[in-house]
Design a protein around this ligand. Structure first.
Ligand SMILES: C/C(=C\CNc1ncnc2c1ncn2[C@@H]1O[C@H](COP(=O)(O)O)[C@@H](O)[C@H]1O)CO
Length: 269
């Protein structure tokens, strides 16, 4: 269940002082655990771990543990729904955890967060460093709601200091539900495996019409162009997707253009 905790979030991956860091509402089944262990297990890993059912002791443990694990999963959904139910209009932004402050890509995230905040959207990110931090920073600086949906990982990590509502998830699949359920659009900044996973999950949901009228915007034509070309020249040309599926993605050059596309295409009251 959700357990609340208030206090200033003082950790920064950025050298700049946080002069007026927002009070952090920290909700979730787990707090981010800062551990000295380079490798520790996670709840997700325990769930997905293969256990040999032919070993009588392990088989019993597997059956009982996995059945009861459902309650923990359920509690994580409840905590997420509870914490996010008040979010009005929001945009989820994905992007690399590895972007350094002071770089043009970091600034792109700040500008995007600012622009979305100024357009009246709350901003949701993964709550981590890099592009996530940059986007939360931009939203935070213009007084917009700045949400971070953090994930338990096997290595040390922090929620970035620009998040005003943080929720910690154990399970990737629960967290992914929240990204979609509470936003009107997705914007992807350049990123790696995590960003691609989030992008393609969103595309699948829109393509299969599980989610309706949900713009997906890719910022950075140089970065995303080759992927979009491959989708067009290989997936569409080979009949693996329909020609109209290409319209599910909008590629833009700047954060300003991304905000404009979101404002034009997202469903707003
Ligand atoms: C790798 C480092 C920190 C990882 N911390 C993360 N915290 C929260 N969310 C994360 C983290 N890493 C990945 N994500 C999610 O995936 C996307 C970014 O992944 P990518 O592979 O970097 O593209 C992002 O949108 C998050 O939702 C410290 O270096």
């Amino acid at each position: 269940m959700a357990d609340g905790e208030s206090g200033a979030n003082e950790q920064s991956t950025n050298d700049e002082p946080i002069l007026d860091a927002a009070p952090l509402r920290h909700i979730g089944a787990t707090q981010v655990r800062v551990s000295g262990d380079a490798e520790r297990t996670t709840t997700d890993r325990a769930l997905l771990q293969w256990v040999d059912p032919r070993d009588p002791e392990l088989a019993d443990r597997r059956r009982v543990r996995d059945s009861w694990r459902v309650l923990r999963i359920q509690s994580e959904f409840v905590a997420g729904f509870d914490a996010l139910s008040g979010v009005a209009e929001a945009v989820t932004v994905f992007g690399s955890a590895r972007v350094a402050p002071g770089t043009p890509e970091y600034q792109m995230g700040v500008d995007l967060g600012r622009g979305l905040g100024e357009a009246g959207f709350a901003v949701i990110t993964g709550g981590g460093p890099g592009a996530m931090e940059a986007t939360n920073k931009g939203a935070f600086e213009v007084g917009a709601q700045s949400i971070g949906l953090n994930i338990e990982l096997p290595f040390e990590q922090h929620i970035n200091p620009y998040v005003t509502l943080a929720i910690n998830f154990r399970y990737f699949f629960v967290r992914k539900t929240m990204f979609v359920k509470y936003s009107q659009a997705f914007v992807c900044l350049p990123g790696g495996i995590g960003t691609l996973d989030e992008l393609f999950e969103a595309l699948t949901l829109v393509q299969t019409r599980k989610v309706l009228r949900f713009p997906i915007v890719l910022v950075g034509r140089d970065f995303w162009g080759p992927l979009v070309d491959w989708i067009k020249n290989t997936l569409a040309a080979d009949g693996k997707i329909s020609p109209e599926d290409l319209d599910l993605l909008t590629v833009v050059d700047t954060p300003e253009d991304a905000v404009r596309v979101v404002c034009e295409k997202a469903v707003r009251p």
